[in-house]
Design a protein around this ligand. Structure first.
Ligand code: GDP
Ligand code: IMO
Ligand code: MG
Length: 445
């Protein structure tokens, strides 16, 4: 099927879209996987450039559901190459578990994947350190996915204890690095938790070397490869993970992930220059969710929030944790859209809002007596923010079978137009169900 995105397609027709990106505008789980899947057929290469197996991207078509975590969503398309670029952190054991799941599900996809030799390797101590640090924060835990993401990025930036894919695939180099790093990590782990696990260097070397042997044929200088692909006119699709509000620099620090998960991370994470990106698409849920800790001004810790959670099946794809649910926060989403420089917005999971008498969208915050539409830089200010809501009429109809915007109930059309107005970006697509076909292309403006 064609996915629509009229402006994208017309740009394709004129051959002017070398690269498109899909970015989450909230705190993750906005349905980026569905949107990337829809766009994949118009591209040749799908690239993950930040994060790792903290992501959980769900795609549904032909009656089947696929859950991707570390693998780019493009892996589901036999025509397309998928790339894990330098900015991704890779747990090689998890990579092969995921690939094996794909293969046993009938997707013979191993030869469609390239992994950057510059990407960093998540090792067992990263998960252990993270668990110990999170425990030590008590009630102020970040609520991470416990996948060793932040601790791996910390070692990358720190450099002394980092291991890259290029090191992993040279057995001697890898073994020497592990033997050098393990004693230091053991001291740290013992200090954090004297009763904790003992690292076994030999075992780690053996396990990771098996994965390394299988990984070797997929390893490449993906930066040079992608730049060459651009020169040859290949069409690139960048798959953001997490969301703009979880960005390490621009998100709700410290309740963020450890990578640049807004549009800002695309160029550094992939090596593809900013000016190659022709189209930035932001994905926003019709309401707001968040997993883990941190302030959330429009959260509904009540029966309404529970109703949204049930209707939207809002449980984490990676950890199974219930997602916190609340009304759409247009202040936060507008910030995400501006920060990531998106051209247009996909409004997803609109169907989940069917059946409410009244809906609310936050259009401003009141922080310490001042009304603002600006998203605060300090978590403490966000925690103090009192949302000011626009109230909108709801609709009762089931909209999951609707494919034309003008067939939506008037109240649902009004809701989508209000999202566009309050976020300052045109809505290009509305998603009314998890399946590929449950997608409404907005009429040309
Ligand atoms: P991602 O991390 O941004 O790719 O999003 P997730 O896959 O973690 O979460 C989105 C969830 O919503 C998945 O279970 C999707 O199958 C589902 N989904 C996507 N679009 C829609 C939609 O329009 N309506 C409903 N009800 N579910 C959707
Ligand atoms: P996708 O790509 C939602 C959240 C975690 C935690 C914080 C830090 O599916 O949208 P980390 O393990 O990254 O150090 O955790 O970030 N988080 C996500 N929330 N969707 C995600 O990915 C997430 N990846 C990380 O819950 O609050
Ligand atoms: Mg997700």
């Amino acid at each position: 099927m064609t996915c629509g995105f009229p402006s994208v397609q017309s740009s394709f027709a004129s051959g002017t879209v070398p690269a498109t990106s899909v970015i989450g505008l909230q705190w993750g789980d906005e349905a980026k996987g569905k949107v990337v899947d829809l766009l994949t057929e118009h591209h040749d290469i799908v690239i993950r450039y930040q994060g790792g197996n903290n992501a959980g991207h769900t795609v549904r078509f032909d009656g089947r559901t696929y859950k991707l975590s570390l693998l780019p969503t493009g892996i589901l398309n036999a025509r397309v190459k998928s790339v894990l670029a330098p900015g991704v952190v890779v747990n090689p054991l998890v990579l092969f578990q995921e690939l094996d799941r794909m293969i046993s599900g009938g997707q013979d996809c191993e030869d469609r994947l390239l992994v950057s030799d510059r990407a960093h390797v998540i090792c067992p101590w990263h998960m252990l350190e993270e668990a110990a640090f999170e425990k030590s924060r008590g009630g102020e835990a970040i609520g991470t996915t416990m996948r060793g993401i932040g601790t791996c990025y910390r070692d990358k930036v720190g450099r002394f204890h980092a291991i890259r894919i290029a090191d992993l695939v040279q057995r001697d180099v890898f073994a020497a690095r592990v033997r050098e790093i393990v004693p230091v990590k053991q001291k740290l782990l013992d200090a954090l938790d004297p009763e904790g696990t003992r690292l076994n260097a030999d075992q780690i070397i053996d396990e990771y070397s098996v994965a390394a042997d299988r990984l070797r044929p997929m390893v490449a200088d993906t930066t040079a490869w992608l730049l060459d692909a651009l020169d040859r006119g290949k069409r690139l699709l960048f798959e953001g993970a997490q969301g703009s509000l979880l960005d390490i620099d621009h998100g709700t620090f410290p309740y963020v992930t450890s990578s640049s998960s807004s549009g800002c991370g695309l160029h550094s994470g992939s090596g593809v220059p900013a000016r190659a990106i022709e189209k930035m698409i932001g994905v926003a849920k019709a309401y707001t969710t968040r997993v883990g800790g941190g302030p959330f001004p429009t959260e509904l810790p009540d029966a309404t929030g529970e109703r949204i959670r049930r209707a939207g099946n809002e449980y984490g794809t990676v950890t199974g944790r219930p997602r916190r649910c609340g009304w759409l926060d247009a202040v936060a989403t507008r910030y995400g859209a501006r920060l990531s420089g998106v051209d247009s917005i996909v409004v997803s999971l609109l169907d989940v809002l069917s059946g409410f008498d009244e809906l609310q969208i936050c259009e401003a915050y009141e922080i310490n007596g001042t009304t603002t539409r600006d998203f605060p830089s300090r978590c403490q200010d966000l925690a103090a923010a009192r949302p000011s809501f626009v109230r909108l009429p709801g609709w009762t109809e089931d909209i999951t079978g609707i494919t034309q915007f003008h067939d939506l109930p008037e109240a649902a059309q009004n809701y989508v137009r209000t999202v566009a107005r309050l976020t300052g970006r045109p809505v290009e697509l509305v998603s009314v169900g998890p399946d590929r076909g449950q997608t409404i292309v907005m009429p040309e403006r």
